[in-house]
Structures are given as C-alpha cells and as structure tokens.
Design a protein around this ligand. Sequence first.
Ligand code: B12
Length: 211
Amino acid sequence: MFEKIKQAILEGEADITVDLVKKALAEGIDPLEILNKGCIPGVERAGELFEAEEFFLPELITAGEATKAAMEILMPELQNKKTGGWQSLGKVVIGTVEGDMHDIGKSIVASMLTAAGFEVVDLGVDVSCQRFIEEIKKQSPAIVGLSALLTSTMSKQQEVIKALESEGLRGQVKVLVGGAPVTGAWAEKIGADGYAEDAVAAVKLAKKILN
Ligand code: B12
C-alpha cells in the first residue's frame, strides 16, 4: 500500500493518491504511518529525480499537488488524535519565510503540533518578516516556527530573528527553525532557540523548550 501511494505521488496522480490514502485509512492504518511511509518518500523521491534532471518542474509540481491532496485527508485525521478535555500547551505562530512557496513540511509540523495540543496559527507560505513581527505582536505566541526549503530563503529566518531583537521582542518568544536545507549549526549561527529535522522532533522540541 505504501509503495502504491509513493508511486501515485511520483506519477502526479492526485485522484489515485487520494483513493489509496482513503483505502489505507479504512484498513485502519495509522495516518502518520501513511504520511511517513507513503507520501513523504514519494514527494522526496520526486525531489531527487528533479535534482538528477530526470524530472522537470511540471512533474515536481504534480507530485507536490498529489501530496497536498493526500494531506487534505490525512491532516484532519492527525488532528483528531487530540484528546478530550483539551488545554493548550502554548501558542505557536508558524509560516514559510518570504520568497518560499513550499508548504507541505510546514503544514505537517503545524498539524502535528495541533495534534499534540498546541494552539497553532499557520500564516501560510511566502510570509514576510514584517508579517511575522505583526502577528507575533498580535498573537503573543510562546513559539514562532520558521520554515525554509530553499538555500536562498534561509537568510530570511535570520532576518526575522534580527527584527525580533530590534523590536525588543526576542525575549518573549522562542524561535524554532526547520526545512530541508536547515541544520542545527545554522540554527545556532543565527541565534534560533532550536532546530528540528522533522515534525515528530519538532513536537518534542516545542514541548522541551517550553518546560
Ligand atoms: C514538493 C516540492 C516543490 C513543490 C512545493 C509544493 C508545495 N505546495 O509545498 C513546488 C513544485 C511548488 C516546488 C517549487 C520549487 N522548488 Co521545490 N521541492 C519540492 C520537494 C520535492 C519536496 C519538499 C517537501 O514537501 N518535502 C516533504 C516534507 C515533508 O519535508 P520538508 O519540507 O523538509 O519538511 C519537514 C522538515 O524539513 C521539517 N520542517 C519543515 N519546516 C519546518 C519548520 C519548523 C519550525 C520545524 C521545527 C521543522 C520544519 O519538518 C517537516 C515534516 O517532517 C523538495 C525536495 C526535498 N527533498 O526537500 C524540492 C526542493 C526543496 N525544491 C527545490 C527548488 C529548486 C524549487 C524551485 C526553485 C524550482 C524552480 N526552478 O522553480 C521552486 C521554488 C518555488 C519557491 N519560490 O518556493 C530544491 C531546493 C534547492 C535548494 N537547496 O535551494 C529542492 C531541494 C529540490 C532539488 N533537489 O533540487 N518545489
């Protein structure tokens, strides 16, 4: 089943992907497992083929769209795991930085944080530094999450941290950074409070950092 989902994503077949994901859920397979073993390997393989010039941009786009279609079904399932008597663990404002349209990974992190009990405000993609600052002032989150998927947009994470410092807000909010090209060393260099390589690690880190 996971292999079929991966293949459907690679072929950019959104409808087939959705059918397979629904079938997997009906069989009782854990939504996180479907995501981690079917969808993510599919879209990541598309990236490898794109890098190797075996895939071109339209194929990358359709693979991304098929993944997004699958996520529309999986995300509510993940969030439903939230247990009754819910009390927020803290507010998180998250977004993909300016110039960057990649939203799959950021949305997974947002959903997993929601499922873990955080109150998440997802600002979407291509979020300017100014918008992050405005929302941080408005929402007073405990954590801000900055996602960057392009080496050319990683510097925007640093820009937000610098703006937080100049606005006198840096002490009020923890900054977590992530995205495929981001590393722990980069997080340290730009003065972020932490880096996580995937959504599961992001949830652990968010909990740890607020303790
Ligand atoms: C799908 C995809 C696209 C789709 C995006 C669809 C969408 N709606 O998101 C489309 C087709 C639009 C696209 C466009 C482009 N893309 Co693209 N894309 C990808 C691809 C294949 C997968 C990304 C993805 O969704 N991965 C799956 C998710 C689950 O992983 P993730 O994003 O890394 O997120 C996880 C972690 O990083 C972490 N995380 C993420 N965010 C955060 C935030 C926080 C706070 C924390 C703690 C953790 C965290 O948790 C997530 C969940 O586990 C990658 C290849 C890759 N392996 O990354 C290329 C890739 C990122 N793209 C690339 C490129 C070059 C482009 C384009 C410039 C192509 C072009 N010529 O136009 C454009 C850029 C457009 C723009 N301005 O942003 C390059 C980037 C190279 C570089 N180093 O800069 C890559 C690496 C492909 C490659 N190998 O060449 N892309």
